[in-house]
Design a protein around this ligand. Sequence first.
Ligand code: SAH
Length: 228
Amino acid sequence: MVEVNIYDNTVVRSERMFNTSREQLVNRLVKDSYIKSDIVKKAFLTIPRENFVPEYLKLQAYVDRPLEIGKGQTISAPHMVAIMCEALDIQKGQKILEIGTGSGYHAAIVSQLAGEKGHIYTIERFEDLAKTAEQNLKNTDITNVTVVVGDGSEGLKKYEPYDRIYVTCAAPSVPNPLIDQLKDHGKLLTPVGSMYCELQLTEKKGQEIQSKDLGGCVFVPLVGKYGH
Ligand code: SAH
């Protein structure tokens, strides 16, 4: 008699379904030029977005839009994560700061770009979200991301300076502490505005601070000392 383990079969089938949906989404992001480099493409193919959304939304994990993660917050749309990764030009071994951990998905993608010699510090103001993000990262076997609870609008002085800093919520203006905590030749990406905002790339070159707008976007607000 052949015994069929129905549970295992279901798990294998849903894993295949997620893998196929992930590949389809990545192909779309490449076709639409959100993903431009092989390294970003590989990161998106490696990280399972279904691990970072609540159970009841897993079937929507590969729809290209933000999804609720609790506390009125959202996991960013994949195309926005791709735009930010390409703009930051992350190199292996870099030390990176993320403001707004949310689900941990964006940090997980960036962890692949920085490689095992790199490290991501990510700060979240809601302790519940930080705990869930930590668990999501653990379930995904990510070991180079540290989640911290606090007001990220002030940056994270403990581990400064950073090669790259990015904010995943809309700030009223680029917070000064983030510029201070950036290394020389570092890059900082901030959505500036209130919900509807401009993605602003700031580069530090000695005493000179250069900024350019990369286009419109929509984010939940940055709150806190340098927030709304
Ligand atoms: N990067 C996330 C998307 C997060 S949404 C992901 O991949 O899922 C933005 C997050 O920023 C929210 O979780 C919100 O709680 C957080 N946030 C807003 N203001 C903050 C602040 N001052 N410090 C830390 N986190 C903040």
